[in-house]
Design a protein. Structure first.
Length: 199
């Protein structure tokens, strides 16, 4: 699919509805891998930038490393997209917190997801507190990245519930001294801002 066709498809789903339904998409989801961006990924980024510029929609990208997050942010900025519409998905996998801070300083949303899976709540709290202490409370997002139905396994396999964040993580964060303002930013203000669509 050409860049023009990709951009038109994205805009159509955002403005008119998904697959012929009246249900409109709420944001643009793309992906990168560990290797430098290839031509297909650059084409999808250009199309996503065009669709975001036209509609105001956020661009959320599955991104396995800080290096790829930087590369995507640079590419989107060069394509005219506003970086405060870019969400770095899976940022918790990048251990160099200087990269988190550098991208947040450019307006990028830093999403820590898979809460309740491989990384402990204490480690997430440490990342969040470091970012808040560095002045980036308004750039942080949290998510479960849960579910994962597995075809072929009985009942789709064992699936993580969508409740850990509310039932376990937030109480642990509060017990560790989180301010009400931090909780409100993480659970309300930031996601509302990140995924807001113009009327």
């Amino acid at each position: 699919m050409s860049e023009d066709a990709l951009a038109a498809w994205m805009v159509g789903e955002l403005e008119n509805g998904v697959a012929g339904t009246p249900l409109r998409a709420g944001f643009i989801k793309i992906a990168a891998d560990k290797e430098p961006l290839n031509e297909f990924q650059k084409r999808q980024l250009r199309a996503a930038a065009r669709a975001s510029i036209r509609t105001g929609a956020a661009i959320a990208s599955h991104t396995p490393s800080g290096a790829r997050a930087i590369e995507q942010a640079d590419f989107l900025a060069d394509s005219g997209a506003r970086l405060n519409r870019f969400v770095w998905v899976h940022a918790q996998n990048e251990k160099d917190m200087a990269i988190h801070k550098a991208l947040a300083s450019r307006g990028v949303y830093i999403e820590y997801d898979a809460v309740g899976r491989k990384i402990s709540d204490a480690e997430y709290i440490a990342m969040i507190e470091l970012m808040i202490g560095s002045g980036f409370a308004d750039r942080l997002l949290l998510s479960h990245d849960a579910g994962w139905y597995r075809p072929g396994e009985p009942n789709g396999g064992a699936q993580m519930p969508f409740t850990h964040l509310i039932e376990s993580f937030l109480p642990a964060y509060k017990a560790a001294g989180a301010s009400p303002e931090s909780i409100e930013a993480l659970t309300q203000n930031n996601p509302f801002s990140a995924f807001a669509m113009p009327k």
